[in-house]
Design a protein around this ligand. Structure first.
Ligand code: DX5
Ligand code: ZN
Length: 221
């Protein structure tokens, strides 16, 4: 496994200077922009929506934008984010009334699709739609806020998800989100993740490049 991707969560960026922050973190070596959408309904917080995604595209951001929808219902936001320039769109299966349809909408819109699993959400939501997902995102914290502590039980769940992907022979990325940092990124990769969301661990440091370089050095060990 060598195709590791670092996806800074802009939830911990300075929203007053968002374009500049995203530019800086990409110049520092990030691969993907992780874009957390919270609705104060599915999760207890309120963040940013499709207008901000479009604004980043208009500002000139060309990197993949990985939209993590923590909203219910999901379908309206899927079509709005397709129009706003999203690259990846993931949603929580329990927030959608029609999981298969929502996944299909994402692919029909030309984006990569994914399902997100909260720490206590079982992986069996994948049973009948595995061929319709391009990404499985495991939450290693309860969604809603940055800066929380990694829940260790997620490592076992990562191993289970890795096995599901490998057994299927499908091309599916395995992303991890919550409490990821230099200190644990290596064991998370060993458990099977290939895409690493990190918010506070990157944006709460002064030198984004040094932090991302250290993450990559851990992954290369
Ligand atoms: C939490 C969000 C995460 C969050 C991660 O609901 O989905 O993407 O920003 O933040 P850290 O890396 O600080 O745990
Ligand atoms: Zn997220």
């Amino acid at each position: 496994m060598s195709d590791f991707k670092i996806a800074p969560s802009i939830l911990s960026a300075d929203f007053a200077r968002l374009g500049e922050e995203v530019e800086n973190v990409l110049n520092a070596g990030a691969d993907v922009v992780h874009f957390d959408v919270m609705d104060n309904h599915y999760v207890p917080n309120l963040t940013i929506g499709p207008m901000v995604c479009k604004a980043l595209r208009d500002y000139g951001i060309q990197a993949p934008i990985d939209v993590h929808l923590m909203v219910s219902p999901v379908d309206r936001m899927i079509s709005d984010f397709i129009d706003a320039g999203a690259s990846w769109i993931t949603f929580h299966p329990e927030a959608s009334d029609h999981i298969d349809r929502s996944l299909q909408m994402i692919r029909d819109g030309g984006c990569k699709s994914g399902l997100v699993f909260n720490p206590a959400t079982p992986l069996h939501y994948l049973d009948y739609v595995l061929d319709k997902v391009d990404m499985i995102l495991l939450m290693s914290v309860n969604p809603g806020f940055g800066g929380q502590k990694f829940i260790p039980g997620t490592l076992d769940k990562l191993r289970q998800a890795r096995k599901i992907i490998d057994d299927s022979g499908l091309d599916i990325r395995l992303e991890i989100d919550g409490g990821v940092g230099i200190q644990n990124i290596r064991e998370i990769a060993e458990a099977g993740a290939d895409t690493f969301v990190a918010g506070s661990a990157i944006f709460n440091t002064d030198d984004y490049k040094a932090t991302i370089d250290q993450m990559r050095a851990e992954l290369a060990k």
